[in-house]
Design a protein around this ligand. Structure first.
Ligand SMILES: C[S@@+](CC[C@H](N)C(=O)[O-])C[C@H]1O[C@@H](n2cnc3c(N)ncnc32)[C@H](O)[C@@H]1O
Length: 232
């Protein structure tokens, strides 16, 4: 009975034809992730950054598997909408989902590990098992402290030229997510500001530092989402 209720919520709203697997938004709507043009509209931006590497990507890690985490007071194992979208969009990739709640999403090329994105030992174990990654997406708790911890643990596991994405940036200003006005320490927005220093090439005379190796090749910042590209 519970399962039927999940179906009602997550049922595909559009039919998907095989040739549309390169159409990320069609996939997003098919599987019901809120990244689609019906919700956050992230697919347009993902398509812009991922289109040319679709066939080359071999490994994707997404923090936050989603679905209904609580149904009438019970935790559920539903979810995986975006993992299925990535599985179809990247036909040569292994897709790894991480969530603090148990999720019943394992399947062809989809792997799942349960754990807390702020637990660096847990993330190191995920990296040891599945890394390095071409793409890392943080769509987990959206709490700055967690986003920063995940970035610190996972940025080194990103392959050269890889892309690290953080979604839902506006909650950085929301107290419910430990956010606050601009300048509040520890938010995702402050992480982005810090990475600006990491992205700009400089020489040792300019700042008096000899052994500084910037690893960020580019930062693409949009109103709700940021893409960090690692140096090739
Ligand atoms: C917005 S949903 C993810 C949606 C999914 N990526 C999609 O697009 O379909 C956020 C998920 O993050 C998980 N989450 C919350 N806190 C977490 C944490 N500290 N570590 C890992 N996952 C967490 C929640 O259980 C929830 O499933």
């Amino acid at each position: 009975m519970l399962r039927q209720s999940w179906r009602r919520v997550t049922a595909p709203t559009v039919l998907l034809r095989a040739h549309r697997k390169s159409d990320l938004d069609a996939l997003a709507r098919h599987y019901g992730t809120d990244k689609s043009s019906q919700h956050h509209c992230y697919t347009r931006l993902y398509q812009r950054h991922f289109r040319t590497r679709r066939l080359a990507v071999r490994s994707v890690l997404e923090i936050g598997v989603g679905g209904i985490t609580s149904f009438e007071g019970f935790e559920t194992t539903a979810g995986g909408q975006s993992l299925r979208m990535w599985r179809d969009y990247f036909p040569n990739a292994q897709i790894v989902g991480v969530d603090i709640n148990e999720k019943d999403v394992r399947g062809t090329r989809i792997h799942f590990e349960r754990g807390d994105q702020s637990d660096s030992a847990f993330l190191q174990e995920v990296v040891r098992k599945y890394g390095p990654f071409d793409v890392v997406i943080d769509d987990g708790s959206h709490i700055g402290r967690h986003i920063n911890a995940s970035y610190a643990a996972l940025w080194p596991s990103l392959k050269p030229g890889g892309i690290y994405v953080v979604e839902d940036l506006p909650v950085a200003y929301h107290p419910r997510y430990e956010g606050g006005p601009p300048g509040t320490p520890g938010t995702a927005v402050e992480l982005i500001k810090a990475q600006v220093d990491n992205a700009i090439r400089r020489n040792e005379e300019s700042i008096g530092v000899v052994s500084f190796e910037p690893t960020v090749a580019a930062i693409h910042l949009y109103p709700e989402i940021v893409f960090f590209k690692k140096k090739a």
